[in-house]
Design a protein around this ligand. Structure first.
Ligand SMILES: [Zn+2]
Length: 239
């Protein structure tokens, strides 16, 4: 399993692309979240996803989809695409495709399977989900294949259910917007404690608030000695 951080920025970051992760496992390529500054990252990386997972309906997590799917159409794609999310979010994605390029989705030559996020195995990958605490309904995701497990939080403070989802993960990519506690975002102090308690092997901190990340000394001091990284765009993890 290979995991590439396409973007690690927060919603309004002037330097970093929105948080987005590419997972290559079981012969499949899955894009996790696709905000408005992600398409260039995806195209320059050269990936052609089989599936796209959207964690929640905030623009920095899904407004890149009209461009990504538009270019799939323009480049003559015929390979099926699976889009996975909460049912209400699947409807919102269909809406923004229409707002972005009216009538284009009807001309796609590739079939799209709109799949509600639910537990189960798909194409050799075992999927599971859990709600976090965020200002929009957000599902963290767990993907297991070939004896390895990757987890991605989307946005939000972890919950009893999401920390159970993350237990024993080989890699957890988690939003870490703040250093201090917040009701709807994760903070770095409690994340470190949770990851250790749940046996997470590697933790990657993304979606760090832009001012906090620009002066990272406080974070680097906190994570020293832990199996924790604060990746740059295009950082890669081989599990
Ligand atoms: Zn959000």
């Amino acid at each position: 399993m290979k995991v590439t951080i396409l973007g690690c920025g927060e919603a309004f970051d002037d330097l970093l692309p929105n948080t987005s992760v590419l997972v290559e496992a079981a012969g499949r390529t899955i894009l996790c979240d696709c905000g408005y500054s992600v398409p260039r990252q995806l195209w320059s990386y050269g990936a052609d996803p089989d599936a796209i997972y959207i964690s929640h309906p905030h623009a920095d997590h899904y407004f890149g989809l009209p461009a990504v799917l538009g270019r799939m159409w323009e480049s003559g794609r015929e390979k099926p695409l699976t889009v996975i999310s909460q049912p209400a979010v699947l409807d919102q994605i269909k809406d923004i495709l229409e707002y972005g390029y009216r009538g284009l989705a009807a001309r796609f030559r590739f079939p799209i399977e709109w799949r509600a996020a639910r537990v189960g195995e798909v194409d050799g990958i075992e999927w599971n989900f859990a709600e976090t605490m965020h200002s929009a309904p957000n599902l963290a995701v767990r993907m297991s294949a070939g004896g390895k497990t990757f987890c991605y939080s989307g946005d939000g403070m972890f919950t009893d259910r999401s920390r159970a989802l993350f237990a024993g993960a080989d890699l957890l990519v988690h939003e870490a917007y703040f250093f201090d506690e917040s009701p709807v975002h994760a903070d770095i102090g409690r994340l470190l404690e949770m990851a250790e308690a749940e046996g997470v092997r590697q933790l990657a901190l993304v979606h760090v608030q832009r001012g906090l990340r620009r002066e990272p000394g406080r974070i680097l001091d906190a994570i020293a000695g832990w199996a924790v990284s604060m990746p740059e765009p295009l950082a890669m993890y081989v599990l």
